[in-house]
Write a protein that binds this ligand. Sequence first.
Ligand code: NA7
Length: 536
Amino acid sequence: FPVRPETTYDAIVVGAGFAGLYMLHRLRQMGLKARVYEAGENVGGTWYWNRYPGAACDIESLEYSYSFDEALQQEWKWTSRFARQPEILAYINHVADRFDLRRDIQFGTRVSSAVFDDATRCWKVETNRGDAVTARFCVMATGCLSAPKPIEYPGAETFRGRILRTQAWPREGVDFTGLRVGIVGTGSTGIQCIPIIASQARHLTVFQRTPNFSIPAGNGPMDPAYEKQIKANYGELRAIERDSDVGICARLRPETRRALDVDANEREAEYERRWTAGGLYFYGSFVDLLTDKAANDTITAFAQRKIREKITDPKVADLLVPKDYPFGAKRICADTGYYETFNRDNVSLVDVKAQPIREITPNGLKVGDDEHELDVLIFATGFDAMTGALASIDIRGRDGVKFNDCWKNGPRNHLGLMTSGFPNMFMTTGPGSPSVLYNMVLGNEYHVDWIMGCITYLDRNGRSTIEATPEAEADWRRTVDDIGRQTLFANASSWYMGDNVPGKPRVVLPYLGGFRAYKKTCDTEAESGYPGFAIA
Ligand code: NA7
């Protein structure tokens, strides 16, 4: 018989992805009673939902994995250089079993509200399944890319074919054989699934609004010698990753030179070396690529040339080569045969910037005056990034203040971790932190460890609550904005800036000063007794 959950906990954790699982593990290690609520029917978060064909991580498996347990990282064997979604999900399931985490996780349950009670200094958390529990701490491990954007065109209910969303892909998979398929969206997701769908469908029509820069992933089976070498020096690698800006260091370290400090031949050679190395290493070719427009022009031109070379039809190449924004200012992608897919006879590209999508019709998609007839229409249109998942929960802090009112002009928090007026509510990889530009798994580990340090501090000092001060929060917002302005990120329209969601305020969402500097600030904050936080 199911046991009725206890109603009082030390901590409630929302989400059982990489962050939530490690959070639960650490809370338990400290002897705290915790419960995790997870909307999915199993662990995995991002990797549970995004099971579209071709889904894979663009950071190497040996790096995009937990570092907190030496036996785990030594014993787990990755089969490919960049793990595909099923393997990452298998890994996360292994972690849940290995550390016996499932007994404290309630699946298929979405947290609907979290309300702080001033009298008891506790959070009352309610779910869509009728749970009502209280806890001293509430950790929002809700993920940065977990609230899919709704379909933004009318007529979905009239479509006679099938509509699919990449972020909620059918578990049983989809057979596209013989079908006319359309896909809207050419971000990382679209770029991963388009080549695979094209190889199955009768015809694939790609509806592209903005072209993206994508680098060949260079994926393949794990090289046993490489794995052995990493595993023999894992501690050292992890230390280097934690002391870096992006946390991707195994094969090639990010350059410390500036692009224009070397001559054109050397620069080209460096770009070539990193382009060939595959994946996101190309990003680290020079240190100033995202802060100096002249430096960026050199990598932009290189990438444009490389992309153009792959495409047979010059008119198609004109559409696929990004021209209107600096390389890297939108999240770059990693692909396996993406651009080459447009050389196939059964693939066509439709520019929906020139002629906007009007509506979904019973037969397909109407773009300008043309109706494209389709059997399947796929939306790979992205997420309400970094704030969407939090906004979907009715969170109320001290004096009943609504979280969504506090954040209506953009996120407000200190160090991306806590918001004033919301005591003992932590967020992992929140806006104002650098995690989406860093190795997400390590970014989550860092946040969880910081939160545990904070909880330990409160307990050692006999205090009950902590929250950001309004002053520190305002300072941090200024810092994030100022650093953002020194980069080229504002020169593109992207989810980093909130531009991808109609009506969302345009602000720099991640901290763009690099993980190393961010970590130093957070470590100093903790070491000096949390001066930017009010402790009671
Ligand atoms: P992204 O990167 O936000 O990409 C979404 C794509 O969908 C992008 O090409 C968008 O074009 C396009 N899009 C979004 N809304 C529309 C509408 N309304 N009409 C036409 N096209 C649209 O999401 P992904 O899921 O691909 O990747 C998310 C992150 O996951 C990625 O950055 C990695 O960090 C991993 P736009 O550029 O907005 O013109």
